[in-house]
Design a protein around this ligand. Structure first.
Ligand SMILES: [Ca+2]
Length: 387
């Protein structure tokens, strides 16, 4: 018998027992007699038990990535929408410590990271499909894959943003900022954190640790607009809407024509017009998500697969490090963390410092990239599929 039919019959038998089958009566006979009633019950049960992506919390995939994948501090993590692969931008041997920078500049005398800093991982198995990016970066940070499969990275040591065309291990001629030179004019960044790319090719950069601005560029890399000011005040009481204290992550909601910014140290998410439709301009404040439960907001990602639009965020550092899902009214749908079995070193479970996150195209999986423990995790709704 086909497995589904077998399960259905077994289920009907169990139900039959529940509605009082007499032992003397054969199950088949009984089922035949009560079929309409049983089917009705089955249908109602199925409806009630249907997993809702909105209410169930995702769980950590036990064997992802594969055990032979070695990962340093994770700056960025992203899903390639053209292949479903997971991309990780990590720091290999390098760690961001007190001596990494002198002022805003990367401390002199340090070489580029020798490891391959960009890993392409199989979504199901977690095996490495490709790796590159050795001898190029100083302090990997943000990673984004655009609709065409191009990779966009930011390096806070280089103060640069660069794009790697789909399939290429070498950057395109879109390399913005001057290598190693921080600044706040139109041609420089200061520790830029993240990139978001629209389907028309326009892209946004959050800049960064030492500037407090969002910059919008054309497909060819020409600056179109910038807004925001730097704030170093942790007090959210008298903040203006475009004041940032480490704008750390971007989420573009193209259907709504808005770009949201994780204003990390202020612990809030600020959304502005993205100016992607004709006649609209970027940079006007639209909405804020602000909840004391968030703590510091390290990264955000938009998801439109569930019954309602949602935003994921990772907060930190520990002990206030969590993965949140909120709806666009700002209501928290859940807050979760890795269970104890995923503890590493002397930790007792939970996150260390989640630094970035990404959602699969179908909304079934969420990926987090972390620092101490240095790792990437995959969260799945229901069962994680392993091809
Ligand atoms: Ca990312």
């Amino acid at each position: 018998m086909d497995r589904v039919v077998q399960s259905a019959v077994l289920f009907l038998v169990v139900l039959a027992c529940g509605v009082g089958a007499r032992p003397s009566q054969g199950y088949e006979e009984y089922i035949y007699e009560h079929l309409p009633e049983l089917l009705d019950r089955l249908q109602r049960l199925d409806y009630a038990d249907k997993p809702s992506i909105n209410t169930l919390e995702p769980r950590v995939a036990p064997h992802w990535p594969a055990s032979d994948v070695s990962i340093g501090q994770v700056g960025g993590i992203a899903v390639d929408p053209t292949t479903g692969d997971i991309l990780v931008f990590h720091r290999g041997e390098r760690e961001w410590g007190y001596n990494s920078f002198v002022g805003d500049k990367f401390a002199p005398g340090q070489h580029t990271i020798k490891n391959n800093t960009i890993l392409r991982l199989d979504r199901a198995t977690g095996h490495i499909l490709d790796s590159f990016g050795a001898d190029r970066f100083y302090m990997p940070h943000g990673l984004t894959v655009d609709h065409a499969g191009n990779l966009w990275v930011t390096d806070v040591g280089l103060h640069q943003v660069m794009m790697f065309p789909k399939g290429s291990h070498e950057p395109s001629d879109i390399v913005l900022g001057e290598a190693g030179i921080p600044g706040s004019d139109d041609d420089h960044f200061c520790k830029p954190t993240d990139v978001a790319v629209a389907s028309n090719g326009d892209f946004f950069v959050s800049d960064g640790y030492c500037n407090g601005r969002i910059m919008k560029f054309s497909k060819k890399g020409h600056l179109l607009k910038q807004w925001g000011k730097k704030s170093s005040d942790g007090n959210t009481g008298s903040l203006s809407e475009d004041e940032f204290f480490v704008p750390h992550s971007l989420a573009l909601i193209e259907a709504r024509n808005i770009i949201c910014v994780a204003d990390r140290e202020h612990g809030r998410i600020q959304c502005f017009t993205a100016g992607l439709n004709n006649g609209t301009e970027a940079g006007y404040f639209v909405h804020s998500f602000d909840n004391p439960e968030f703590g510091k907001v390290f990264a955000i990602a938009y998801d439109n697969n569930g019954p309602e639009e949602a935003m994921y965020l990772v907060s930190g550092p520990m002990p206030n490090a969590f993965l949140f899902k909120i709806n666009l009214n700002g209501e928290i749908l859940f807050r979760t963390e890795p269970p104890n079995q995923f503890a590493k070193e002397d930790k007792t479970g939970g996150f260390g410092q989640p630094h970035d996150l990404a959602v699969s195209q179908d909304g079934r999986e969420i990926y987090t990239g972390e620092i101490v423990p240095n790792r990437a995790l995959k969260f799945c709704y229901g069962r994680c599929t392993q091809r």
